[in-house]
Design a protein around this ligand. Structure first.
Ligand code: PMP
Length: 703
């Protein structure tokens, strides 16, 4: 497939806000959530779009579900007919698949008299029930039968002229059906690609075959996707999940590879139920599917290229950022956002800080990388500055936070054998539940998060976890083999968990008593984030080992350091450990300048002062949506009541309000702006947040 040659047909979105034919009527909200979750934004950026058309069922008084669905179908029919007549392609979004009767009747009605319509129906079910055979009585199980002219006259009436003749519909992904449905489809000569066949032959192959077969006898082909065709792990937000379906990314890839031969006449995506959606995952998938099928020139956008060519290991908020300055970033449409998460603290100095950019350019033009095979010029100066600032004796440069944490673990183990006298192979590292120290195998071995661990084992031995903020648990866990206790002074990714005052001091005392190293991971909390150079200062603690990263690179480069007391660091001898890029002249020049800027611009005091104000304002938001506010300095998290909204939903609404933030876990929204933010900007952000929370509260009440 050649993305560059792909055509970009004009689209018209029809939102059918009806759940009349479904078991859970709340799916009527589906189209609104899909539109809000990026589709409207995408459609607008694509250009040439009609205004959305909304269809809702009429008042309920005295009218039965069948009549109500039939009425909705009539409206949908008229809408799709109108769209196709104007040479455009309808994109019908609905929570209730029964409206498909209207969609495709309308499409067929708009086609020339001698033209024929074919349909690709991607679904876990056959939807070929009539009222006599349905076990549930739900009308969303009947549209295929109705389109073939079967069933209650009320529902099939718009399709009475036989919208779809024999053989003109292919079902794909089916895995849940009743024998009566099989009988009906067999009578009509309908090709059904069951899930087993899809799995065996691959969705891409099956879809192309179905398309080609239909094209032999049909002039135009429509696609209807019931989201329950997708594996519920990728699309949990559906009315009737059936385990074991198509992988979301396989479906979007297969749709993207359909021939762009101009035959596509419409797309319908059905069954979305936002009340069952986890992290808006299904809404995001819907956007991806639409983008895959309507690939045009915009298929080359950074977002679509990432979707198409990158591993699926992140789930970004749908915005493409192209420029940054200070506390602001801009997206590819020129929209400005206030950055309230600064790349997990990596951009504490603000985006593209002029002094840091100057230092970067100057060094890049002079000498950038030499490897540690030679002396590089700036490393010694950086190590000296970092040691003087933190009270450590020596530094070992790496690049990412995870590498520096690995370095700390290696140092602690070797220290345990050489200095403490732990028998070889027996050293133990203790960390806390809910920690985040990175993603390498050893570090993931210390994680208590199932998703980080599962599927990546086995893990190295000698790694233990204990509850966080519980010094008694530390004391109990330490034994003669314990080398080190690795801890975040505030758990960042764990949800901005602030331990009680004195916790770290107690841990330091316990470690000292048992000759165990206290290693503080300040990759996220360090360098001013919490209002002190190091968060461990709040407890008056100087650790034996310290990990720094993120902000050390000034928002420009990955730079990390493991710092430690001399007797700890001295266990490393040439060849024991290293990194090609660690400590390169370019990274060190930037890091040195980053430390200078931090001090000279008073960013640490600023974080303490403005952070206190930010937390105070955030605490006023506690209520139905926000259960708790935690934090220190410009490092805050608000705990969202999961019964009301997900943290992801709050972040997406904040995005629409011009604020970037990111959830951690399902329930915490983090606010960690660049330390150069002003009090006015914080006030503005909190106001916007208040507004977003109010809207969520109102929507929740209405539901
Ligand atoms: N330690 C902590 C406390 C962190 O928050 C992170 C990253 N979020 C890391 C280590 C890992 O850093 P990196 O992503 O640079 O490997």
């Amino acid at each position: 497939m050649n993305f560059r040659q792909a055509i970009s047909p004009p689209l018209s979105v029809i939102c059918v806000a009806s759940g009349e034919g479904a078991e859970d009527r709340r799916c009527a909200e589906g189209p609104a959530v899909i539109m809000r979750s990026g589709l409207r934004r995408w459609a607008a950026s694509r250009g040439g779009l009609d205004p959305e058309r909304w269809i809702e069922p009429g008042p309920r008084d005295g009218v039965g579900p069948l009549e109500r669905v039939a009425a909705v179908c009539r409206e949908v029919c008229s809408a799709t007919r109108d769209v196709v007549c104007r040479g455009r392609i309808p994109l019908v979004l609905t929570g209730d698949h029964s409206c498909a009767v209207g969609t495709w009747t309308g499409v067929a009605a708009a086609m020339e008299e001698d033209e024929t319509l074919g349909l690709i129906w991607i679904d876990a079910h056959m939807d070929a029930h009539v009222s006599e055979t349905t076990p549930s009585g739900n009308l969303h199980g009947m549209p295929v039968a109705a389109l073939l002219g079967y069933g209650s006259a009320g529902l099939s009436a718009p399709a009475a002229d036989g919208v779809l003749g024999p053989g003109r519909i292919c079902l794909i992904g089916v895995r849940s059906y009743e024998p009566e449905e099989v009988d009906l489809l067999t009578t009509e000569g309908i090709r059904v690609y069951g899930m087993d066949e899809v799995r065996r032959r691959g969705l891409g192959r099956v879809l192309i075959e179905a398309w080609s077969d239909l094209r032999l006898i049909c002039d135009r082909v429509g696609v209807t996707i019931d989201l329950d065709a997708v594996d519920p792990r990728d699309a949990p937000g559906v009315g009737t999940p059936v385990p074991g379906g198509i992988a979301g990314r396989h479906l979007s890839k297969a749709l993207a590879s359909l021939p762009r031969d101009g035959a596509l006449v419409g797309l319908e995506i059905a069954e979305y139920n936002p009340f069952r959606d986890k992290d808006l995952r299904t809404a995001q998938l819907t956007l991806e599917l639409v983008r895959s099928l309507f690939g045009g020139p915009e298929m080359n956008t950074p977002m679509s290229l990432e979707h198409r060519y990158c591993a699926n290991n992140y789930h970004p908020i749908p915005v493409t950022l192209v420029r940054g300055r200070g506390v602001h970033v801009w997206d590819d449409r020129g929209e400005r956002y206030l950055d309230m998460m600064s790349a997990y603290s990596a951009v504490s100095h603000g985006h593209c800080h002029p002094r840091l950019v100057r230092a970067l350019k100057r060094q890049a033009e002079t000498l950038a990388v030499v490897s540690r095979a030679f002396y590089g010029g700036n490393l010694g100066a950086l190590a000296k500055r970092a040691c003087e600032l933190t009270g450590m004796d020596r530094a070992l440069p790496m690049n990412t936070g995870a590498e520096a944490v690995e370095t700390a673990i290696k140092a602690a183990r070797k220290w345990a054998y050489e200095v403490k006298g732990v028998p070889h192979g027996k050293a133990e590292i203790i960390a806390c539940r809910g920690n985040f120290h990175g993603r390498t195998i050893a570090i993931v071995g210390l994680s208590s998060e199932a998703q980080y661990r599962e599927g990546f084992g086995p893990y190295p031995p000698g790694l233990r976890t204990i509850p966080y903020a519980d010094d008694g648990a530390l004391e109990a866990a330490i034994n003669d083999h314990t080398a080190a206790f690795l801890v975040e002074p505030i758990q960042g990714e764990g949800g901005i968990i602030v331990p009680p005052e004195g916790y770290l001091a107690a841990c330091a005392r316990i470690c000292r008593e048992h000759n165990v190293l206290l290693i503080c991971d300040e990759v996220q909390t360090g360098l001013g984030r919490t209002g002190r150079l190091l968060a461990s200062e709040y407890d008056g603690v100087t650790p034996d080992g310290l990990v720094l990263g993120k902000a050390l690179g000034g928002g420009l480069l990955p730079v990390s350091l493991f710092l430690a007391r001399e007797d700890v660091m001295d266990v490393f001898r040439p060849g024991d450990h290293g990194s090609t890029f660690g400590g390169n002249p370019l990274a060190c020049a930037v890091a040195l300048e980053a430390l200078d800027v931090l001090l000279e611009e008073g960013l640490i005091e600023r974080s303490a002062r403005l952070g206190a104000g930010m937390l105070e304002q955030l605490r006023t938001l506690k209520g139905q949506v926000v259960r708790e506010v935690r934090g220190r300095g410009l490092f805050a998290g608000i705990e969202i009541d999961p019964r009301v909204a997900t943290a992801r939903e709050v972040c997406e609404r904040l995005l629409a309000a011009g604020i970037l933030s990111r959830e951690t876990h399902d329930t915490v929204v983090r606010f960690a702006p660049p330390l150069v933010i002003t009090a006015e900007q914080i006030g503005w952000a909190v106001d916007r947040l208040r507004h977003v929370l109010l809207t969520i509260e109102q929507t929740h009440r209405a539901a």
